[in-house]
Every structure is written in structure tokens, then in C-alpha cells.
Design a protein. Structure first.
Length: 111
């Protein structure tokens, strides 16, 4: 099962792939967040949802020398997905890795 919501693609400009593998009881998400730095990426996991937020306040994203209003939340874009089939929740085995601009999240699932 792979998901990529077209409605959220417009507001979340980073290519995202979410795959649920029932045979290994894992959900994996990969997001190309380049040129974001590790400190600019936030991952939150609830019992059935995955939220990824990226702070684009750096000049690398917009070609400017900074935001006119650095306190604005407009620079943070996020995507929240609830991709699990009914009856499943995320377990305790959770891993997130950032390498060369790609965030990979691997989550255990359980009944």
C-alpha cells in the first residue's frame, strides 16, 4: 500500500512515499526534504498518525536572505498522514534517519 495525497502535495512541496508492508508489520515513509538541515525537520508519531514538519525559514529554500517576518509560521510546512488499515496502531519500535537530504521513518505496526 502506497499513499501520496494529491491535496496535500500542493501545501507540502517535498516528494513523499509512504508504504505499508503487512508481511513485516512496518510502515515506512521516505521524504526528500533537501536542502533542509536535520534541525529543521520534526517527526511526530501518534498511535495512528505520522506528522512530518519542515522549517523552510532558511534562505536556501526561497533565494532570499531571510524572512521579512521570521516569527511567522508560514515558513513551516507539514504533512500528516493516517495510513494504517483499520485495527492497526503504531508500536514502540520507531526509527527515523536523515541522510543526504532524505528523511526515512520506519514504524512498527500492531493490532
Amino acid at each position: 500500500m502506497s499513499t501520496s495525497g494529491p491535496a496535500q502535495s500542493a501545501s507540502f512541496p517535498f516528494p513523499t512515499q509512504v508504504v505499508y508492508d503487512g508481511t513485516s508489520d512496518r510502515l515506512r515513509a521516505a521524504v526528500d526534504v533537501a536542502p533542509a538541515a536535520t534541525d529543521d525537520v520534526t517527526v511526530e508519531v501518534g498511535s495512528r498518525r505520522l506528522r512530518i514538519a519542515v522549517d523552510r525559514g532558511d534562505s536556501a529554500f526561497d533565494g532570499h536572505d531571510g524572512d521579512a517576518n521570521p516569527e511567522s509560521d508560514d515558513r513551516v510546512v507539514e504533512r500528516t498522514v493516517t495510513p494504517l488499515p483499520p485495527g492497526l496502531e503504531f508500536g514502540d519500535d520507531r526509527h527515523a534517519f536523515y541522510n543526504n537530504g532524505v528523511l526515512t521513518v520506519s514504524l512498527e505496526t500492531e493490532s
